[in-house]
Write a new protein. Structure first.
Lengths: 258, 295
């Protein structure tokens, strides 16, 4: 397979960008889908000592295949330990051992609040989504939260229809007022760019190659803040793409390869 | 299995079939569908395909849960038909997060009225679920979230091995099975293997559920397919992906029930019908180092 040159899909770039945010030795609470890919990619590159914790109970997982679900048997084989879900949520997450929580959202708003519950009214939903799983407590308790979300005007409304997992709730003081122990979201990675948080609000800090600020504005439901030091997102390196395509997701379960 | 379900799952009961991805006892759910139980309140963190099937078969009145999807493969369409269109019957939802469900079963298992959590601040979940409340700590004055105990009528727990008294050993993901069993009035243990008490006693740390809380023991090899049993068989990921299509179409869903549930007498027939397909799922050996229990 030829993987030279700048040939990559937006999802591949999102996964690479997410993986780069993780520091070696950190403890990560891993969610399903793209976050799972990003964490496993980081472990194979710059962060071999990253500790992967899955809500299913696997701690220090070392999966030899890409787990399709967060309860895959490959997370157990050769892990550091397997614990009950009570242990994982109480002794790891609530106790404050989780450095990074990785979440995916269906809807996200300017304060980084995530909705995975319903589109429309709760009692009469237009679309019924899966619900919280562990996302609510991860958003509240993890020291830092990274979010991966595909971006459109519908998925980036001014306010989400339902706050499943709180970001900064209603502004810069939102988390402090309500006493949320974790630090909240620090980065949102979309198919157009990366956002960081300032005064509890998303600010576009880097654009992916080929994407424009106009595109971002068209696909955001509020008057989005743009950083004066706007950068271009680093493209995926060959080494990253090779691991994703040949090792992590060879059957394109999660990613359409370029 | 027929007798265990007949005796311990009645119309209108509150039941919990646990197992997080791992050891989900589809054999028991299929028997509940065959016996045409109605108006059940079914509790589970992740309803998964197993409750999608119970809901689509018309067994369920109320679902208590925290994440309702087909893991890695999309939505649960039978559940969505029931919620969005009332097909085959409307169902009520009672929704928590995973930690909230775990805490409810933990309180239930310890016969406490509620469990406190540092959770839900800023989330809309308490707004739509009046059972998520707050409590003030009598020692620090701090306000905490509180969820009520969950005490089902019957828990159904699948184990890799158990003895005839129900002492059950589970390895791999242990999820919330211990809490679910202790929380419930009755527990049905279903096992891949029935072993002698000596085998259980040779490795006491692996016993998750003691026989003293078990009402019935069922021997049911491959009882978890399409879910998995660590060390016995892998998850049938292809089936989970195929379920997307089956559950999306009401006619295909009903055809599935006819062929794989109503049309079969029991799980043994299901396994025979799967034939050689089941062999591709058999687990590879991966043994641990033995430990010394001597003194």
């Amino acid at each position: 397979m030829a993987i030279d040159g700048p040939h990559f899909s937006p999802e591949e770039l999102m996964v690479c960008q997410a993986a780069r945010q993780l520091r070696d030795g950190e403890v990560v609470f891993v969610g399903i889908g793209l976050p799972n890919l990003a964490c496993n990619l980081a472990r194979r590159l710059h962060a071999p000592k990253l500790v992967l914790i899955y809500e299913s109970g696997a701690v220090g997982a070392d999966p030899k295949r890409l787990p399709i679900s967060i309860g895959d048997p490959s997370l157990v084989t050769n892990s550091l330990g397997v614990f009950s879900m009570f242990d994982v949520f109480s002794f790891y997450l609530q106790r404050g051992l989780i450095d990074v929580g990785f979440l995916q959202g269906v809807q996200i708003d300017r304060f980084g609040n995530l909705n995975t519950t319903v589109i429309g009214d709760y009692q009469h939903p237009k679309v019924r989504l899966p619900g919280s799983g562990g996302a609510c407590e991860i958003a509240i308790l993890a020291k830092r939260v990274f979010i991966i979300a595909p971006q459109s005007k519908r998925s980036f409304p001014e306010r989400v229809d339902f706050i499943t997992s709180p970001g900064f709730v209603d502004g810069p003081e939102g988390r402090r007022k309500l006493g949320l122990p974790g630090g909240g979201p620090v980065m949102v990675i979309t198919n157009l760019g990366c956002y960081e948080f300032s005064d509890g609000e998303m600010v576009l800090t880097s654009l992916h190659p080929g994407c424009t600020v106009e595109q971002v504005r068209e696909n955001t439901g509020w008057d989005v803040r743009i950083s004066p030091q706007l950068k271009t997102t680093e493209v995926p390196h060959d080494a990253e793409l090779r691991i994703i395509r040949e090792d992590l997701d060879p059957s394109h379960l999660f990613l359409a390869h370029h | 299995m027929d007798e265990a379900i007949r005796r311990f799952v009645q119309d209108g009961d509150v039941i919990v079939i646990e197992g997080f991805t791992h050891l989900i006892c589809f054999a028991a759910a299929h028997e509940i569908i065959r016996q045409r139980r109605r108006d059940l309140t079914v509790c589970r963190l992740t309803p998964d395909l197993i409750y999608d099937q119970l809901i689509g078969a018309g067994c369920v009145r109320r679902l208590v849960f925290s994440w309702a999807g087909n893991p890695g493969a999309g939505p649960l369409y039978a559940l969505r038909r029931a919620v969005e269109q009332g097909i085959p019957n409307p169902i009520e939802l009672e929704e928590y997060s995973h930690y909230g469900m775990v805490a409810r079963l933990t309180a239930g298992a310890a016969r406490l009225p509620f469990y406190p959590l540092r959770n839900y601040m800023g989330s809309d979940l308490p707004r739509v679920n009046p059972s998520i409340k707050t409590v003030v700590c009598p020692f620090t004055g701090e306000e905490l979230a509180a969820v009520p105990a969950l005490n089902p009528d019957t828990a159904i727990i699948h184990a890799q091995r158990a003895d005839e008294n129900g002492n059950a050993q589970i390895w791999g993901l242990i999820g919330v099975q211990k809490e679910a069993a202790f929380a419930s009035r009755n527990t049905i243990v279903v096992a891949e293997e029935i072993v002698s008490e000596n085998v259980i006693r040779s490795d006491p740390n692996r016993t998750l559920i003691p026989g003293m809380i078990v009402s019935a023991v069922v021997h049911e090899p491959f009882g978890c397919h399409p879910s998995f049993a660590q060390g016995f068989y892998d998850r049938d990921n292809d089936f989970y992906v195929r379920w997307r299509e089956i559950s999306q179409n009401e006619a295909l869903f009903n055809k599935y029930l006819e062929e794989w549930v109503y049309g079969l007498r029991d799980r043994a027939e299901y396994v025979r019908r799967m034939g050689a397909q089941i062999d591709r799922l058999r687990a590879q050996p991966h043994y641990c180092e033995p430990v010394n229990y001597g003194y």
